[in-house]
Design a binder for this molecule. Structure first.
Ligand code: ADP
Length: 475
């Protein structure tokens, strides 16, 4: 028999025992009074005895049953209370066990997270909505030359000093605040010349991402996670590569120029008449040489852009004359494709630009429009006065697919829609154009619709291109 069963039987037996005992005492009392108290003698004492005898039985029975009911209900309530307490105790034990398991799990995860954070090679900083540092891992402390104690509660811009192109970033330019504004990721790359200045004043190139978790996994008040690393080694390797390309391109220019001269001499008949086949093969050599010279020049320009060594030397330029020279170089292709050229040269005066750099911009935009427009298409070149100079080169060509928009100014990128069209290219032109426009204080944008056409817009302030000292001009 179980413990609770035993208790249930006891709560029934005890009231019954009390009832039987009560009834027995009642009858014994009544019996006693019936036997020993005088009956029917008359007088006041007899009268009282008679009442007592009659009512003692009734009172005894009622009292016994009342006592029975009270004890029964008391014992039942007690039993229920005990049962309830048992249920509560067991569920409390269960909950305690669950809590202990969860606590252990959280502790384990906490330890794992700490191990990951402290063994990470990258610096990691968690920042609040207000820009206050909440957490900084060991690598971040080592890279910045600070300790966790001295940075806690400080603003991120006080501890993480960032510079781009040798200029300290303002609070608005900080990737942390930009990420928060856009609820997104803001990045700094070392080819943007992004650097960190540590607590001792040492400057090192960095790649940094600030990831906003506002409204997503936001916890413990953390709003942005910053991850960064020292890329001094990568930068040195990259510079060595760029220098190698620059050197190789430079060395290639001499023999290529010699080939061009000799091909020109042969084509001009300087050493005797050529037959038809010889002329056509030599033409091929001459055209291939031109393409190679263009590629070598592009490689040289790109390396100079990447090394940040090209100079910007603005002077008054006649836009119409510069554009017509480029158009005459492209004329064989324009005629072959029977293209229409519309010229809206509406800028009223000469423009203050570096002639070489303006040539690179116009040559790339116009030759792209020619290359990426099918036969009989129209190309419109517009110069107008709008917040300075606005150059627009529009075509009615293949257009740029939406998926390519974000990569169009990247090095070596060519969109998928033109890959099967047998149009030559290196994917370096727009990269160069954007770098030149950005460096000289302008901006570039485009609009395009596939199979309808593309327009590139270049905007410069009225004052013209910004002057910059440098070792070499671009060609
Ligand atoms: P490429 O040497 O390939 O022309 P660019 O850097 O000048 O290199 O251009 C990069 C890519 O942008 C091109 O390969 C092409 O996919 C796309 N593109 C540039 N200009 C145009 C245009 N006017 N119309 C369509 N696509 C263009």
């Amino acid at each position: 028999m179980s413990w609770s069963h035993k208790k249930r039987s006891a709560s029934v037996i005890i009231p019954f025992l009390v009832l039987i005992l009560g009834l027995a005492v009642t009858f014994a009392t009544w019996n006693f009074y019936s036997k020993f108290l005088p009956a029917g003698g008359g007088g006041e004492v007899d009268f009282l005895s008679e009442i007592f005898k009659r009512y003692v039985l009734l009172f005894g029975i009622v009292a016994s049953f009342a006592l029975f009911a009270i004890i029964l209900s008391l014992l039942t309530s007690r039993r229920r209370a005990v049962e309830l307490a048992e249920v509560m105790t067991s569920s409390l034990k269960e909950k305690t066990r669950e809590l202990e398991t969860t606590e252990k799990k959280v502790e384990k995860e906490d330890k794992q997270l700490n191990a990951i954070l402290s063994s990470m090679g990258e610096g990691l900083i968690a920042v609040s909505k207000e820009g206050t540092i909440m957490l900084m891992n060991q690598s971040a402390q080592a890279l910045l030359g600070v300790s966790a104690g001295e940075v806690s509660g400080k603003k991120i811009e006080e501890i993480l000093k960032l510079s781009k192109e040798d200029k300290l970033l303002t609070k608005e330019e900080y990737p942390v605040y930009q990420a928060m504004k856009g609820n997104d990721i803001a990045r700094l790359y070392f080819y943007d010349n992004a650097s960190i200045i540590d607590s001792t004043g040492r400057k090192f190139p960095t790649v940094l991402s600030a990831i906003s978790i506002l409204g997503k996994d936001e916890s413990e008040g953390v709003a942005v996670i910053i991850v960064f690393r020292d890329v001094s080694l990568e930068k040195a390797v990259d510079e060595a590569k760029t220098e190698f390309v620059s050197l190789a391109a430079h060395q290639l220019r001499m023999p290529l120029t010699a080939i061009r001269w000799y091909a020109e001499m042969l084509l001009a008949g300087d050493v005797g008449e050529l037959n038809k086949d010889q002329h056509s093969y030599l033409d091929e050599i001459y055209e291939s040489n031109k393409r190679m010279v263009k590629l070598v020049n592009e490689l040289l320009n790109v390396s100079r852009i990447r090394l940040g060594t090209f100079k910007i030397d603005p002077k008054a330029v006649d836009l119409a004359k510069a554009t017509d020279t480029i158009l005459s170089e492209l004329q064989p292709n324009i005629s072959k494709k029977e293209m229409i050229i519309v010229k809206n040269y509406n800028y009223p005066e000469n423009f203050n630009a570096d002639p070489n750099l303006l040539d690179v911009i116009l040559e790339n935009l116009i030759s792209n429009a020619v290359k990426y427009t099918p036969d009989k298409g129209t190309i419109t070149i517009t110069f107008e006065e709008r917040n300075g100079l606005l150059i627009t080169v529009s075509d009615t060509g293949y257009g740029i697919p939406k998926a390519a928009y974000s990569k169009i100014f990247s090095q070596l990128y060519r969109a998928d829609n033109i890959k099967g069209k047998d149009v030559e290219g290196t994917g370096l032109g727009l990269y160069m154009v954007k770098a030149i426009v950005d460096e000289s204080g302008g901006s570039i944008s485009f609009s395009s619709e596939e199979n309808k056409g593309t327009s590139f817009h270049v905007q410069f302030p009225k004052s013209g291109m910004k002057k910059r000292e440098g070792f070499k001009s671009l060609s």
